[in-house]
Design a binder for this molecule. Structure first.
Ligand code: HEC
Ligand code: HEC
Length: 500
């Protein structure tokens, strides 16, 4: 009797509790939106078309335009091409003026230091021009506020704009364009812009290729530009079938934003597209450039100089900002997002011919990329120290500064002289936000530490290529890290980096 009463009481309580819970849910589902409770309606808050804070700083609306590329083509191809062609001379002249203002672009090759293929000399000397009336030593004695307020930051150390920021896109150097035209009859020439830097300030073309699987071979490419025409003859008997197929895919053009069949392209004839190794020629770089995918709006995007693919097997972070964690991810991702536009929406319009993971295409492409080694560095020991029996006094001093006063080792450590981290160098301490040739110059935030192995082979330097020589990078870090290096220490650092 007592048990049955207790049981009924428990059931009643359960029913009441369940009822209450149901009521609460119903209440929540039909509850008025937050604004009726709080008086705040987020949807009614206007989103300003431009950011007033930025507008006040630079007198310009960098937020004009949205995140997407145009997917509806408003202007017919012929009309667009004509207006682009008409505008080209002025566009290129403006860029040349900017480069002249910033840099000494003259041809000053080293008499004894060649790039790894021994076909092109390394360029010497500091090329960034100083503002009038100051020396490098005087600048190094000022603090960042003084440099910024007096407008003394050398212009060459500001972010480098794309030749045509508003359009952006891939721009190839003439050597690459001519060579692909010759071997594959494919045009990489845009009608709206040209490559801007003089040839002597770009890497050796074609660069040598060093296989980590066959160091005994020397240059795998035998001095040739690897294309779809010769890759098989070069590979058979040296690479595995998996690697050969990876190489073929890396040489296969895929349509993308400026090189495709649709009417928003920037090449005269419909194009089969661009191959990975059109920029990473022979797995290195030809200094082709683009805008980075990670920043919006268009005006605020950063110029990107093509990175080398040498030594990828020892790198764990890929892309200067995106921090992709595997070569596979990087390989899979570029094509479906229109190569560096971070835009999967407009990319799909050019055809979905992307390499697939399911068929192991991506894996094979990645495995091939991971076979590429840095060029030999005969003066380095197994522990990546200079061998005192082979190195000069100057180079040894450079190593000492690199590991000591210069603090370079803090970030450029390990076998690839990089820490697989991104660092914010806070370069904006030295300059005010401004707009230059349509690029909104702003704080850039963290950037990946790049490797210094084989570094003499890959000018220009930094993510956007703003430093033309290694001497420039030393002046840059001397100011950014506030090192106060002597002239002798600076020269020694350059001599050291030429041996890495
Ligand atoms: C327009 C020229 C261009 C083309 C085409 C191109 N790349 Fe790149 N690649 C670059 C640039 C520029 C970067 C540097 C990206 C960054 O800093 O965010 C880069 C970076 C990379 C990296 C990361 C290197 C690192 O820093 O760790 C990999 C891997 C890579 N590319 C592979 C590929 C593959 C695979 C393809 C073809 C699917 C390809 N690239 C096509 C220009 C190009
Ligand atoms: C706080 C970390 C840090 C320190 C310290 C540092 N670097 Fe770097 N280094 C970087 C980062 C990050 C980049 C890429 C910056 C960019 O692209 O804007 C870089 C880029 C470079 C490059 C260009 C690499 C390329 O492929 O373009 C050179 C050369 C270089 N550093 C040399 C030095 C020297 C010499 C020192 C010491 C005087 C030094 N770095 C100290 C983080 C560092």
């Amino acid at each position: 009797m007592v048990t049955s009463f207790r049981w009924r009481l428990v059931s009643l309580i359960i029913v009441i509790v369940l009822g209450l819970i149901t009521c609460m849910y119903a209440q929540m589902a039909t509850s008025p939106p937050a604004d009726q409770k709080t008086g705040f309606d987020p949807a009614s808050q206007p989103i300003p078309a431009n950011d007033q804070r930025i507008h006040d700083q630079v007198g310009f609306d960098p937020a004009a335009g949205d995140s997407y590329h145009e997917t509806v083509i408003a202007v017919p191809f012929d009309a667009m091409m004509k207006s682009d062609v008409d505008a080209k001379a002025a566009v290129m002249q403006r860029q040349q003026q900017l480069l002249q203002e910033r840099y000494d672009l003259s041809d000053r090759p080293s008499k004894d230091v060649m790039m790894s293929g021994k076909r092109k000399a390394v360029q010497t000397g500091v090329r960034v021009k100083l503002p009038q009336g100051v020396t490098w030593a005087q600048l190094a004695d000022m603090d960042s506020d003084q440099i910024r307020d007096k407008g003394l930051w050398p212009k060459g150390f500001l972010p480098l704009p794309h030749v045509k920021q508003a359009t952006g896109g891939q721009v190839f150097p003439n050597q690459q364009i001519d060579s692909i035209q010759k071997f594959e009859n494919r045009s990489l020439r845009r009608f709206d812009v040209d490559f801007d830097l003089p040839e002597h300030l770009t890497p050796e073309f074609p660069p040598p290729v060093f296989l980590q699987s066959r160091p005994d071979l020397g240059d795998f490419s035998r001095g040739q530009h690897i294309t779809l025409k010769n890759y098989y003859a070069l590979s058979n008997g040296i690479l595995t079938p998996v690697q050969i197929e990876g190489l073929r895919l890396l040489l296969t053009p895929f349509p993308q934003e400026e090189f495709n069949e649709t009417e928003d392209r920037k090449v005269a004839d419909p194009s089969m597209g661009v191959a990975c190794l059109d920029c990473h020629v022979n797995f290195h770089t030809n200094a082709a450039f683009h805008l980075n995918p990670d920043v919006r709006p268009q005006t605020a995007r950063l110029r990107l100089d093509t990175t080398s693919l040498r030594g990828l097997f020892n790198q764990q972070v890929h892309g200067s900002k995106r921090s992709l964690r595997s070569v596979e991810d990087f390989t899979e991702f570029e094509q479906p997002t229109a190569y560096f536009n971070g835009d999967h929406v407009s990319a799909a319009r050019k055809g979905i011919g992307r390499p697939l993971r399911e068929t192991s295409q991506v894996t094979m492409m990645a495995q091939m990329q991971n076979m590429i080694d840095f060029p030999p560095a005969p003066k380095l020991t197994v522990l990546m120290r200079l061998d005192p029996r082979k190195a000069t006094e100057k180079e040894l001093l450079g190593e000492k500064v690199f590991r000591g006063k210069g603090q370079c080792m803090q970030c450029h450590s390990g076998p690839a002289f990089m820490d697989d981290k991104l660092h914010d160098l806070k370069v904006e301490r030295f300059y005010k936000p401004q707009v230059i040739n349509g690029q909104y110059i702003h704080a850039e935030g963290p950037i990946k530490t790049f490797t210094l192995r084989g570094i003499k082979d890959s000018p220009p330097y930094l993510h956007d290529g703003r430093c033309l020589t290694l001497d420039d990078t030393v002046e840059f870090f001397n100011l950014v890290l506030e090192l106060k290096l002597t002239q002798e220490e600076k020269e020694a650092l350059v001599a050291y980096m030429l041996q890495l």
